[in-house]
Ligand binder design. Structure first.
Ligand SMILES: Nc1nc2c(ncn2[C@@H]2O[C@H](COP(=O)(O)OP(=O)(O)OP(=O)(O)O)[C@@H](O)[C@H]2O)c(=O)[nH]1
Ligand SMILES: [Mg+2]
Length: 439
């Protein structure tokens, strides 16, 4: 089963709690605090992998949780970190995050268009500090510990958009699957009835050792596909990343349709689905030329064959009106295919084969590094930022959370002389600002 869209729920691991412990050992009086820190929780990372080509695993298993961090232990033992969880997805998967904004319910987090590209989608919680970390010169037996931070929890949508250079479009039965099976090693189902192809197929065309490109065969389109007729436009998204479109038009009179109308209908459907699709470089190929008799002198051609030839010339005229290259081919016999493939390659080269897909019309970042910088602030980061802002404000007012209020101390007259005790230390200690509970 080909699954190209799934919703999943992910929860990163919580951090382990800090430990409260004291060293108790014979001959070691007042051993001091020895509670270790909790381990960090595991994060969840989505990775583009060439070893999978469908999201089906996520359809039946939509819940994922990373391991939590182990709690801290006595003897200053830090808890184990939770293992990160890597979710492999096919190359070409887009990762969206659900938002609270009703206008943009899904925000694009990353576009994993390259092998091995990865995005951290849920960060594990920080491990809490154990009581050993709170020991100070004034508090040598702290009983304070920190709980571990919670891991991120998110609802994600994974959407697969196949990565192909050339997309084959046309009415059902036009011969798209026959063509892809002829020019590549792909072996899709081929049959003489409409909608044989129910899911997209990919094939790689090798023109020579250093010239190859990927072709996608998507299910046939009919008039009204943008309204959901036929298989609808649900698979057209797989053409969004292609750089060249090839219109395959069934030229045989067996369809009972006009080839020019077929071409115009498919172009209109593409335009209605997404104007950017219709703006891609296009090529027109009249398929099933083996059913059309070769041109002969007038008067020697039978009625039926003359009909077919006029259908081809009408389509050729329409293609030249639109400024599109036109080819006469037969996917079954292989006639005209070398010239068509060369033109595909030239158009691809002109469009820049090495480039990534066109930007998607969604708000939010597309590339992974940018997506990381656009990721919403985590709870821990927000807490840190607020604490820092408060400290800066207090410093501006001449006081900090740790220091006593200067304005109050200013009112107290300063001691006339330094009252040192006989060690000369205690008075100094008494004057030092009180430690805050956060230290
Ligand atoms: N005579 C002839 N028949 C062809 C040619 N190309 C395809 N066919 C036949 O047309 C029928 C449909 O071919 P498919 O390749 O399944 O067509 P499709 O466009 O993939 O159809 P859908 O998957 O339904 O969209 C099959 O019976 C093919 O044998 C051709 O060049 N000449
Ligand atoms: Mg097919």
């Amino acid at each position: 089963m080909f699954v190209d869209e799934v919703d999943i729920h992910i929860v990163a691991g919580d951090g382990g709690n800090g430990c409260l412990a004291f060293r108790r050992e014979k001959f070691v009086p007042r051993g001091g605090p020895s509670g270790g820190d909790g381990g960090n929780g595991g994060s969840i990372i989505i990775v583009a992998s060439p070893h999978t080509n469908t999201l089906i695993n996520y359809r039946f298993h939509p819940e994922f949780a990373a391991e939590r961090g182990q709690h801290g232990m006595g003897s200053n033992c830090t808890g184990h970190m939770g293992a990160d969880l890597e979710l492999p997805v096919p190359i070409g998967t887009l990762v969206y995050e659900r938002t609270d904004d009703p206008e943009h319910a899904w925000r694009l987090l990353a576009d994993l268009a390259r092998d091995g590209e990865r995005v951290l989608v849920a960060r594990g919680g920080h491990g809490g500090r154990g009581n050993a970390r709170f020991a100070s010169s004034t508090n040598r037996a702290p009983r304070r510990t920190e709980p571990g931070g919670p891991g991120d929890e998110k609802y994600l949508r994974l959407e697969l958009k196949l990565l192909a250079d050339v997309g084959l479009v046309g009415f059902p039965n036009a011969g798209k699957s026959t063509l892809i099976s002829r020019i590549s090693a792909a072996r899709p189902k081929i049959a003489d009835y409409p909608f044989t192809t129910l899911t997209p197929n990919l094939g790689v065309v090798r023109l020579s050792s250093d010239r190859s490109f990927a072709v996608a065969d998507v299910p046939g389109l009919i008039e009204g596909a943008h309204r959901g007729l036929g298989l609808g436009h649900q698979f057209l998204r797989h053409l969004e990343r292609t750089k060249v479109l090839v219109h395959l038009v069934d030229i045989s009179s067996a369809t009972g349709r006009d080839p020019v109308m077929d071409l115009d209908t498919v172009r209109t459907e593409l335009e209605l689905f997404q104007p950017a699709l219709a703006a891609k470089p296009q090529i027109v190929a009249a398929n099933k030329m083996d059913t059309v008799a070769p041109r002969q002198a007038p008067g020697t051609v039978s009625e039926s064959n003359r009909d077919d030839e006029s259908r081809v010339t009408a389509l050729e005229r329409r293609a030249s009106d639109l400024g599109l290259p036109f080819f006469r081919i037969s996917a079954v016999t292989g006639e005209g295919l070398p010239a068509l493939l060369e033109t595909m390659w030239r158009r691809l080269a002109a469009a820049g084969t090495g480039e990534k897909a066109a930007p998607i019309e969604e708000d939010g970042a597309v590339s992974t590094p940018r997506a990381r910088s656009h990721r919403p602030e985590s709870n821990a980061a927000r807490r840190r930022r607020r604490t820092r802002a408060t400290r800066i404000r207090q410093l501006g007012e001449g006081r900090t959370a740790n220091a006593p209020d200067r304005s109050a101390s200013d009112r107290v007259p300063a001691p006339a002389k330094d009252h040192r005790d006989h060690h000369g230390v205690a008075a100094k200690k008494r004057r030092s600002p009180a430690r805050s509970p956060s230290e």
